[in-house]
Design a protein around this ligand. Structure first.
Ligand SMILES: Cc1cc2nc3c(=O)[nH]c(=O)nc-3n(C[C@H](O)[C@H](O)[C@H](O)COP(=O)(O)OP(=O)(O)OC[C@H]3O[C@@H](n4cnc5c(N)ncnc54)[C@H](O)[C@@H]3O)c2cc1C
Length: 369
């Protein structure tokens, strides 16, 4: 019988597992993939997580992460504005970051099963049963940290699974000429593309596009030429970069709708609880922060037993306080991007009133923790 079983070894799952194991809880983490692995992500991590990562030895200081403190925004037709980033960020590939967290989890005694896809979660009287690879595991609590969309959401009959989402995500690693300290967000019709440095003089290009762009163009490469290249910054970037993957990494059905935080007594965490639009650039720091509060809640109540309802209320209150408003602002901002008129309007406003642009950025971010 485990104290907590964590489903999914991304940032939320590994952060929570690490903290709980460090506090002496018996933890099982089940991950369908393995490490290292690439993921579709802009790989720009808001510095709000730095104090926490450094305090717990979770910051990979042996890796030459990029330090990012300037933000460039361009409209679909290439009007550009640049503002300083007050909090800033670091750039690191998920390939390197997740692998480092995986090693840190093993070092504190997390029982980690890779290549293990959870296919069923069943609540019994006062414990859970999980099924994966035809083996059943038992634990007092389950944290659902399996990302934006998975087989389990269907099984749990979660509302958002009935809605189709129009977005696809595409990612590359490239060698290119680009400033080390800049994150650029280039709009194109019905989408936007982020560019920033990660480790080893490599750069991340990651974009979100409406699936109609792909449907109308036929292939990813045709869509890039006919839609993304309308923004001159993207045309120059794509044509002058050396692409390191054989083919792009692609995901689809990316949904930003509300999700329930607790389903069948499972505490949802990270993207499983709600995904902030990537243009905010802080889904990763939110996943890490959510992993922290899930771990703190369960560690506290393991030492001070209480009803399941009390535990769930405590988690929900902390989560809402930290993330509810940010997700709301993220959703509002998402509407403004990927449109010629509104993207030009935002660029012009940011030129006239950069402090307002910084205020908007701060609405979607938290404080260092
Ligand atoms: C296009 C795009 C760009 C982005 N860019 C940025 C950015 O630049 N900066 C930023 O901060 N955020 C960004 N984000 C958001 C960020 O990637 C996520 O918020 C973050 O990865 C969430 O972490 P997580 O731990 O919740 O989920 P994940 O990192 O997705 O981890 C979930 C894990 O669960 C595993 N899993 C799934 N199903 C099962 C199962 N049944 N059994 C076992 N394991 C399972 C998966 O294999 C995966 O390892 C971006 C998102 C998108 C879509």
């Amino acid at each position: 019988m485990y104290d907590v079983m964590v489903v999914g070894g991304g940032l939320a799952g590994m952060t929570s597992a690490f903290l709980m194991a460090k506090s002496g809880l018996k933890i099982l983490l089940l991950e369908k993939g393995s490490y290292p692995q690439h993921r579709v992500c802009g790989e720009y991590v808001s510095n709000e997580v730095l104090p926490f990562l450094k305090k717990h030895g979770l910051f990979p200081s042996h890796i030459n992460t990029a330090k990012i403190n300037r933000f460039q925004l361009t409209s679909t037709n290439g009007r550009s504005v640049e503002i300083p980033l007050i909090l800033g960020a670091f750039g690191i590939s998920r390939y390197a970051f997740d692998t480092y967290l995986y090693e840190r989890c093993l070092s504190v005694g997390v029982e980690f099963l890779t290549h293990t896809k959870v296919s069923k979660i069943k609540k019994k009287e006062d414990y859970f049963e999980l099924s994966a690879n035809e083996i059943t595991y038992k634990g007092h609590f389950v944290i659902g940290a399996y990302g934006k969309r998975a087989n389990l959401d269907k099984l749990l009959n979660r509302d958002f699974m009935n809605l189709r989402s129009p977005y696809i995500g595409v990612k590359y690693h490239v060698k290119t000429e680009f400033p080390d300290d800049l994150i650029a967000l280039h709009n194109f019709e019905n989408g936007y593309c982020g560019v920033s440095k990660i480790e080893n003089n490599t750069y991340n290009i990651c974009y979100l596009s409406h699936r109609d762009n792909l449907k109308n163009s036929g292939t990813i490469s045709a869509m890039e030429t006919s839609v993304l290249f309308q923004n001159p910054y993207l045309k120059t970037l794509f044509l002058s970069s050396d692409f390191l993957f054989d083919k792009p990494l692609i995901i689809n059905e990316i949904s930003f709708t509300n999700k329930k935080l607790i389903e069948d007594n499972i505490l949802m965490c990270g993207d499983t609880a709600g995904l902030i639009t990537p243009l905010c650039g802080n889904g990763m720091s939110m996943a890490i922060h959510a992993g922290k509060i899930a771990a703190e809640t369960l560690t506290y109540f393991r030492a001070n037993p209480s009803s399941r309802a009390q535990i769930e209320q405590t988690y929900e209150a902390s989560w809402n306080q930290l993330f509810k408003s940010r997700l709301h602002w993220g959703r509002q901002l998402q509407r403004v991007f990927g449109n010629k008129m509104t993207s030009n309007l935002v660029v012009n406003l940011a030129k006239i009133a950069p402090s307002m642009a910084n205020k908007l950025v701060s609405k979607t971010h938290g404080h260092p923790f």
